[in-house]
Write a protein that binds this ligand. Structure first.
Ligand code: SF4
Ligand code: FES
Length: 255
């Protein structure tokens, strides 16, 4: 296949960016999208040009670093798929593909297609620790967990922190991400000790980072490579109300 790429090139967050036209030749359907980008970069280097910067790590849909916007869709045209899992057979010979970084004020561009998603790390860090029993190791399975709660927790725990939900949301809301991280612990007995303070701190941090509010559009869940469900956002709102009633909005009571 020969593809006509329009790739976002930007020196840094403070420089203006532009779409650069690059022709990608000898692309096969079995290549992943990132392997196609690797080939493009090899040829740019051979021609003495600067390669296109993009993030990747695991290339197995696990680490969440490979977010790109492809033809206006975060992670591209396939549902439940990270960019690294997207194959070039999803495209046809002669296609034009527009490749841009995830766009949100809280995710400043580092260079080209790389954005700084440290705001997500700060939201997680703000949640603090989860208390555990110290001393002799408890037997596994000593805590009974209802099956539906265990399922909800495990589904929420599959969030890989990629940021596609933010990029797809017209409000650049981080509600799907934050609610998945909250749900993971709120549904389990081990997460009860700091349940309220964790909720208030993470939601406060989410707001401080400049993410917008959720207005129930649902585009976040539609682009999520892990199919994280909107019900997590409803749960986050309930958790917040619960925490406010129990703590009176005070986020500092245990330290
Ligand atoms: S909720 Fe989905 S889209 Fe958002 S960060 Fe997690 S895995 Fe990515
Ligand atoms: S490179 Fe790790 S999820 Fe895509």
């Amino acid at each position: 296949m020969t593809l006509h790429l329009k790739v976002w090139r930007q020196k840094d967050a403070n420089s203006p960016g532009r779409l650069e036209s690059i022709t990608a030749e000898d692309i096969t359907g079995d290549m992943s999208f990132l392997e196609m980008m690797d080939l493009v970069n090899e040829r740019l280097v051979q021609d003495g040009k600067e390669p296109v910067e993009f993030d990747s790590d695991c290339r197995e849909g696990i680490c969440g670093t490979c977010g790109l916007t492809i033809n206006g869709q975060a992670h591209g045209p396939e549902r439940g798929t990270a960019v690294c899992q997207l194959h070039m057979r999803s495209f046809s010979n002669g296609d034009t593909i527009v490749i841009e970084p995830f766009r949100a004020r809280a995710f400043p561009v580092v260079k080209d297609l790389v954005v700084d998603r440290a705001a997500f790390d700060r939201i997680i860090q703000s949640g603090g620790y989860t208390s555990v029993t110290t001393g002799p190791h408890a037997d596994a399975n000593t805590h009974l967990v209802p099956k539906p709660d265990a399922d909800r927790s495990f589904f929420a725990a599959t969030c890989i922190g990629c940021g596609a939900c933010v990029a797809a949301c017209p409000n650049a809301s981080a509600s799907l991400f934050t609610s998945a991280k909250l749900t993971q612990y709120a549904m389990l007995p081990q997460g009860q000790a700091e349940r309220e303070i964790r909720t208030i701190r993470m939601i406060n941090q989410m707001d401080e980072e400049g993410f917008g509010n959720c207005s129930n559009i649902g585009e976040c869940s539609a682009v999520c490579p892990k199919n994280i469900e909107l019900e997590n956002i409803s749960r986050m709102r309930r958790e917040y109300l619960r925490a406010i009633f129990k703590m009176g909005g005070q986020a500092e009571h245990t330290d």
